[in-house]
Design a binder for this molecule. Structure first.
Ligand code: SF4
Ligand code: SF4
Length: 391
């Protein structure tokens, strides 16, 4: 090894402590092997905001000179391991010192690993991740998303389990014993070292071949060069929208062409156009002006703009007319209204299935809720993974 970098991709605020703990422990453990390292964070938005994709990095080198050479760069250009602490991020991340949507595996080197905490099957995660032209590995640590935010530390062993798995998928970064020793020094809970060892034994590793995954071209746009800057500061107002996707009637506001927000979303609203009373509340209350007014006076949320806050579900007075559903089950951002117009029976069948998904997840305690907390998530995670010592 000369220099090895890993990144932790997380949701701003909600998983900040978790990501920082992982990267700091990597650096402390590296010292035990006579290496040197540094850990640092990068926000996807400033100040860091709820749910916005953000990153932490850990860089480990054999000697200080090698490390210093890498620190001239704003962030590593490639990483041996991409750690993903919320599996909805596998669809790509936006608003992180780049422009457009960055595939989750963008920085992962050939033969490197994307390491995801998830209860989804491998094929579903691969389907979400953009195609790469070199082979890499997908590793899964079985477990639900853990939320250790800016002000809280959720001691559910997710950080130590990720470190144990990291020793398996990237042994030349830091070995398992160095992690275990560091974890033991930082905590008087012996179960943590045990959890790390067990994650080392249990993490799955599967190859992903070039061409496997989501073939879509990620959303991108050209940055204006500095020579294009005008004099003074000009903040153009939002222009008046016109028509509804080119049709007659309805209304679609003009939206930001470059900041789409959808990668912030972990839930999305699904709309029952048959029971909607056209009361306008969702349209009025949506903080991001996501709703297009259709020519019939219905309301269709634009999935490229929706950040999944759930306000529309809260304000809608009609039962099950707006239902927030886990983002994991969707494959694209297409219009629900277009789907309904094209195939009403098919849409209503699909909608019923979505509502069943949302309700059953809440019942078993696995569903998301607005604000990225999860009902009974910790309990479910313990049952699923046996974190607390069920040998
Ligand atoms: S969840 Fe509803 S209220 Fe929130 S951004 Fe999306 S459409 Fe708007
Ligand atoms: S709040 Fe509900 S009933 Fe009212 S317009 Fe929106 S979807 Fe229709």
């Amino acid at each position: 090894m000369a220099v090895t970098a890993v990144e932790v991709v997380y949701r701003g605020i909600f998983q900040k402590s978790l990501s920082r703990n992982i990267c700091r422990t990597i650096v402390l453990a590296a010292r035990k092997e006579g290496k040197i390292g540094t850990a640092f964070g990068r926000y996807g938005d400033s100040p860091e905001r709820n749910g916005i994709p953000a990153k932490y990095f850990a860089i480990v080198a054999d000697d200080p000179t090698e490390l210093e050479e890498t620190l001239a760069a704003y962030e590593p250009k490639e990483v041996a391991v991409t750690i993903v602490v919320d599996d909805t991020l596998c669809k790509g991340v936006e608003s992180w010192a780049w422009y457009g949507l960055q595939p989750i595996n963008e920085l992962t080197v050939e033969g490197g690993t994307v390491l995801v905490t998830s209860i989804q099957p491998e094929e579903d995660l691969v389907k979400d991740m953009h195609v790469k032209d070199v082979p890499y590995n997908l590793s899964i640590i079985k477990g639900a998303k853990s939320f250790s935010g800016l002000w809280v530390y959720k001691d559910d062993h997710t950080d130590v389990r990720i470190l144990g798995a990291l020793a398996k998928v990237c042994p030349n970064l830091v070995g398992l014993e160095a992690y275990v020793d560091t974890i033991a020094e930082q905590s008087d809970d012996e179960l943590k070292a045990h959890s790390a060892r067990r994650a080392y034994d249990r993490v799955s590793v599967s190859p992903v071949e070039p061409g496997q995954g989501n073939p879509e071209e990620p959303f991108s746009f050209d940055k204006p060069g500095w020579t294009k800057m005008g004099e003074a500061i000009v903040i153009p107002g939002i222009e008046v929208g016109g028509g509804f996707r080119g049709g007659e009637g309805g209304y679609q506001p003009v939206r930001n062409d470059v900041f789409k927000k959808f990668s912030t979303r972990t839930m999305r609203p699904v709309i029952n156009f048959e029971t909607c009373t056209k009361c306008t509340l969702c349209w009025l209350q949506c903080p991001d002006s996501c709703f297009d007014v259709t020519p019939e006076g219905l309301y269709d949320s634009d999935m490229e703009s929706c950040c999944g806050c759930g306000v529309c579900e809260d304000v809608c007075p009609v039962p099950d007319c707006v239902t927030m559903v886990n983002e994991e089950v969707f494959d694209d951002n297409s219009s629900q209204h277009d789907h309904w117009k094209r195939d009403r029976d098919g849409y209503m069948k699909w909608l019923d299935e979505m509502i069943v998904v949302a309700k059953s997840e809440k019942e078993v305690g696995a569903g998301r809720s607005h604000g990225f907390r999860e009902w009974g998530e910790y309990q479910k995670q313990i049952e699923m993974t046996g974190v607390a010592g069920d040998d």
